[in-house]
Design a protein around this ligand. Structure first.
Ligand code: PMT
Length: 414
C-alpha cells in the first residue's frame, strides 16, 4: 500500500521508542522506504543497530558528521521524504519544533523540511497537560503539523492518564491518510452514528415567558462538528441558539427538555451520545395558556415546578439501544470534581466532562473552556483552551476508544 513512498522517521527519547521498531517493520511490510534519525536520548531506548537492521538503511544521528553530510545532507534528508513522522515525539522535541530550534540533526531536519509532518507525542501525563506543552502543540497545529494521539491509560512511569504514544495501527492509519493512500472516507469514526445535545432548553411559563439558562451552544456544536470531521454521522439535537448548524450535521431544533428527549430517542440507534446541552432540571407544572396578567393589587403568580426527564440518564440506561459510549457534561459552580464524579455514577454514563460554570469562569457563552475528563477510573485535567480544541480532543479520544480492541466475551475475566 505504501510502495514507493519515502518516510523520514525521527525517533526521540522515550520508552515508547520501542514501538517505533514495530512501526518501521510495518512501514517496510507495506513497501515504504524508511530512513531514520535518532536523537541522542533515543539511543538510550533503542540501538542504532536495531533501527538500521529493520529499516535496511543507515541511521542518521549526527548533525556534524562529515560522512553523513557528504552522503546525505540534513536538507536532502528532510526534503527527500514524502512525509516526516516523529514517533515518539517527546515534550522536549515538540518544544524545540514550536520554537524553531535547530541544535541537533532531528530538530534541524524538522526546521528544514518542506514536507508534511506527523507527530505521535509520548510523555508523562503531567508533562502532556502542562500549559507549556499544550501551548506548543497548539502552535504546531496552527502551523499545519499533524498529530496522532496521545492516548490515555497506564503510562510507563506508573501514572495513569493521557500521554501514551498512539498504537502502531493508529499511526499507520494516520500516515496512510496523510500521504493519500487511504481514501478520505477512511476516517476513524466513519460508519459510527453520534447524537449530540447542545444549547439550553426553554421551559414555558406562559406563551411569552420561559425558564432558560445561559448556554450558547458553542461547546455542544463544536463537539458535533468535531465528530463529523472524524467521519461520524451526527444528529445534533439543539435547544434555541443563535449559532448556525455545523456543516454536514443533521440538526433537530427543539425548545423543551421533553422535546429534546423525544428527538434523542428518535435518533437511536447510535454508537455515541454526547450530552452537552444545559437542560432545565425543572419545567413549569402548569404553564399558562394565556399571558399571566399583572393585576391591580394582585400579588405575583405562584409557579409550581415539576422535574424534567433526564436525557443523559435515559440514554445511559442498559439495554439494546444504549449507545456504546455515552458522554455527559457536568456544569458546576463549586466542588467540581466531587459533584462531577457523583453525576458520573448517578447517571450511568461512561465519561463525564466537568466544567466550572461560575460567572468568573466565563464558560457559559465564552469561547474558552477548562475541563476535566472523568472516567470511572481516571481524572484528567485539560488546560484551558478554545471550545473547538476541547471538542477536537474529545472527538479524538472517542475515536481512540473505538479504535481499541475491546475484550470479547470469552476474554472477559470471570
Ligand atoms: O453552551 P456553551 O455556552 O458553550 O456552554 C457550554 C456548557 C457549559 C453548557 C457545557 O460545557 C456543559 O457543561 N453542558 C452541560 C450543562 C448541564 O446541564 O450540566 P448538568 O451538570 O446540569 O447536567 C449533567 C449532564 O446531564 C449534562 O450532560 C446534561 O446535558 C445532562 N442532563 C441534565 C439534566 C437533564 N434533565 N437532562 C440531561 O440530559
Amino acid at each position: 500500500m505504501l510502495s514507493g513512498r519515502r518516510i523520514l522517521l525521527i525517533i526521540s527519547g522515550g520508552i515508547a521508542a520501542y514501538k517505533s521498531l514495530d512501526l518501521i517493520r510495518r512501514l517496510r511490510e507495506q513497501g515504504a522506504a524508511v530512513r531514520c534519525v535518532l536523537t541522542e536520548s533515543a539511543t538510550q531506548f533503542v540501538t542504532p543497530l536495531s533501527v538500521a537492521a529493520l529499516s535496511e538503511h543507515k541511521v542518521y544521528q549526527d548533525l556534524f558528521s562529515l560522512t553523513d553530510e557528504a552522503e546525505m545532507g540534513h536538507i536532502r534528508l528532510s526534503r527527500e521524504a514524502d512525509l516526516v513522522v516523529v514517533a515518539p515525539a517527546s515534550a522536549n522535541l515538540i518544544a524545540k519544533m514550536a520554537c524553531g530550534l535547530a541544535d541537533d540533526l532531528a530538530s534541524t531536519a524538522l526546521l528544514a523540511t518542506d514536507k508534511p509532518v506527523l507527530i505521535a507525542p509520548a510523555m508523562n501525563v503531567f508533562m502532556w497537560n502542562h500549559p507549556a506543552t499544550q501551548g506548543n502543540v497548539a502552535a504546531l497545529a496552527a502551523r499545519g503539523v499533524h498529530r496522532v494521539g496521545p492516548g490515555a491509560g497506564e503510562l510507563a512511569c506508573g501514572e495513569v492518564g493521557e500521554g501514551r504514544m498512539a498504537d502502531v495501527p493508529e499511526i499507520m492509519a494516520a500516515i496512510g491518510r496523510l500521504i493519500g493512500v487511504l481514501p478520505p472516507e477512511a476516517k476513524p469514526l466513519a460508519g459510527r452514528r453520534a447524537i449530540v445535545t447542545s444549547g439550553p432548553t426553554h421551559e414555558p411559563i406562559d406563551p411569552v415567558r420561559f425558564i432558560a439558562n445561559r448556554s450558547s451552544g458553542k461547546q455542544g456544536h463544536a463537539v458535533a462538528a468535531a465528530l463529523h470531521r472524524l467521519g461520524a454521522e451526527v444528529t445534533l439535537v439543539s435547544g434555541p441558539v443563535t449559532l448556525p448548524p455545523p456543516e454536514g450535521v443533521e440538526i433537530v431544533p427543539v425548545e423543551t427538555a421533553a422535546q429534546m428527549l423525544e428527538a434523542c430517542l428518535a435518533a437511536l440507534p447510535a454508537d455515541i451520545a454526547v450530552c452537552a446541552a444545559a437542560v432545565a432540571d425543572w419545567r413549569v407544572s402548569n404553564p399558562g395558556a394565556q399571558k399571566h396578567k399583572k393585576t391591580e393589587g394582585g400579588g405575583p403568580p405562584t409557579i409550581a415546578l415539576t422535574p424534567n426527564p433526564d436525557i443523559l440518564a435515559t440514554l445511559s440506561q442498559p439495554g439494546e439501544l444504549r449507545p456504546a459510549l455515552v458522554v455527559g457534561f457536568a456544569a458546576e459552580t463549586e466542588l467540581l470534581l466531587q459533584h462531577a464524579s457523583a453525576k458520573l455514577a448517578r447517571k450511568g454514563c461512561d465519561w463525564i466532562v466537568a466544567n466550572d460554570v461560575s460567572p468568573a469562569s466565563g464558560t457559559f457563552g465564552g469561547d474558552q473552556n477548562a475541563v476535566h475528563l472523568l472516567t470511572p477510573d481516571t481524572v484528567e485535567a485539560w488546560p484551558r483552551m478554545g471550545k473547538e480544541l476541547v471538542a477536537e480532543r474529545l472527538a479524538e479520544r472517542i475515536a481512540a476508544h473505538f479504535a481499541k480492541p475491546h475484550p470479547t466475551t470469552s476474554e472477559v475475566p470471570a
